[in-house]
Write a protein that binds this ligand. Structure first.
Ligand code: SAH
Length: 428
């Protein structure tokens, strides 16, 4: 159980969002047949963080046609952490502990600016106040279970264990001009994409805002300490492309985006323009994110330009079709001025045909968009594999012929199970 029983921000708001704003039907319809060759799992539970509410109300549920939704088991809420709270909430929490409110800003500078939660490193705080403040507001939420490195130490993957035993992953990738951290937003994922290792295992629970931020703070600390080859450095870019569907954990992910991008001491001071939120295409949540007027980049995991195939590769497509997802994306680009990134994992003989490249090109042409082609990283036991080099080249050529900018993503970290969810899967 968490050390304190304080209500966790976000969960209630999200439940309301999904039940009342998303328009997701209350009853799932029968699952459509999968495409031949699709080796996806059967319907998987799709749940919100399922800790019972303080008033005893049942845990939230998201229901999507073809995907049954019911909370599987109660899971513990993480204890409160200052990264869950905006500055006003931190000041109130500090005051409750009998300390002057300005200590909130001091503690925040330690965590967001110096990347420490260690009381003995906080020499600007009175000795007697350090331990109680750190214990109450900076609990250690994640423990490194395994750490793997490759690319001469410039790619580091960490498998984290949460206090209630869930496993999540983050990856730090240092390039000559930037450091990108790929973070998880949920333990597991409920979206059931059959080519994704995380999708095979189902959702355990949403991560809290602080559990998301803590992944980045840990990477920032490594860099600041000069433990990543290349000299001391800073985290410059964040991608929500680890485990989980960020927009299914909307409130906590939004809180994390704010903590990551607000200036020190409110947050870590990373540029909003350097943050990418990647989604399977939860249309109401895309609209909601656009209305926040942030400058974060939206990535849409499309993987197929036609509904027939996308229904099988990204099962939530049964609820929101390709055209609806793209309309939501164009409207996001219109509101924010940010170019949409279309993610497309190239799977041999599944979605890499020349006609699909042409169809994709015609759907995207003329929009503020960039296509990121990802050679499929096969999950263990999968019969699918990456496209032939010639097919990949032809796919690129056809998109370019439609005037659509396209790059093929580098495949860093493959040798350390870099693909989504693979490290956690191998640890289970
Ligand atoms: N749920 C979010 C973010 C997590 S996955 C989303 O789907 O966008 C980050 C990206 O990795 C997504 O584009 C996802 O489709 C892709 N991905 C997952 N498994 C993969 C695999 N085995 N090979 C290549 N890309 C994969």
């Amino acid at each position: 159980m968490p050390a304190n029983g304080a209500a966790y921000p976000g969960l209630t708001a999200q439940k309301i969002f999904y039940n009342e704003r998303s328009g997701v039907p209350a009853q799932p319809s029968p699952a459509p047949d999968r495409a031949p060759g699709a080796q996806g799992p059967g319907p998987v539970p799709l749940t919100l963080a399922s800790a019972p509410e303080a008033d005893g109300a049942p845990a939230g549920e998201i229901l999507i046609p073809g995907i049954k939704g019911r909370a599987r088991r109660p899971v513990a809420k993480p204890p409160r952490h200052l990264a869950d709270l905006p500055m006003a909430g931190r000041r109130a929490a500090v005051a409750e502990l009998g300390q002057p409110a300005f200590r909130a800003s001091q503690l925040s500078r330690h965590f967001f600016g110096r990347y420490t939660d260690q009381a003995d490193e906080m020499s600007d705080l009175p000795r007697a106040a350090r331990d109680p403040l750190a214990q109450a507001l900076l609990p250690r939420l994640l423990t490194a279970e395994r750490e793997l490195a490759c690319d001469g130490g410039t790619t580091r993957k960490t498998l984290w264990r949460t206090l209630d035993g869930a496993l999540v992953e983050s990856v730090l990738m240092r390039y000559p001009d930037r450091v990108t951290m790929c973070v998880s937003s949920q333990a597991g994922c409920g979206m059931a994409c059959p080519f994704c290792a995380t999708g095979q295992a189902g959702l355990t629970r949403n991560l809290s805002t602080a559990e998301i931020v803590a992944q980045v703070v840990a990477g920032a600390r490594l860099l600041a300490d000069g433990e990543v080859p290349g000299g001391p450095g800073r985290v410059s870019n964040i991608v929500f492309m680890g485990m989980g569907e960020p927009l299914a954990n909307y409130a906590n992910v939004l809180g994390a985006v704010r903590r990551l991008t607000d200036p020190v001491p409110d947050g870590m001071g990373i540029s909003q323009r350097s943050v990418t939120v990647s989604t399977v295409g939860l249309v109401p949540a895309i609209a909601r994110l656009a209305a926040e007027h942030l400058s974060v980049t939206l990535a849409v995991s499309l993987h197929a330009p036609d509904d027939e195939l996308r229904d099988t590769l990204v099962p939530v497509n049964r609820r929101w079709k390709v055209s609806e997802v793209l309309d939501a994306a164009w409207s996001y680009a219109g509101t924010t001025g940010r170019r949409i990134s279309i993610e497309y994992a190239l799977i041999k003989d599944v979605n890499d045909q020349a006609w699909r490249a042409d169809l994709l090109g015609s759907l995207l042409a003329g929009n503020l968009v960039h296509v990121n082609l990802i050679p499929l990283n096969p999950t263990p036991g999968s019969q699918w594999t990456a496209s032939r080099p010639a097919d990949q080249r032809e796919f690129v050529r056809r998109l370019e012929a439609h005037g659509v900018p396209v790059t093929v993503r580098d495949t860093r970290g493959r040798e350390i199970d870099g693909a989504c969810g693979q490290l956690a899967a191998s640890a289970r």
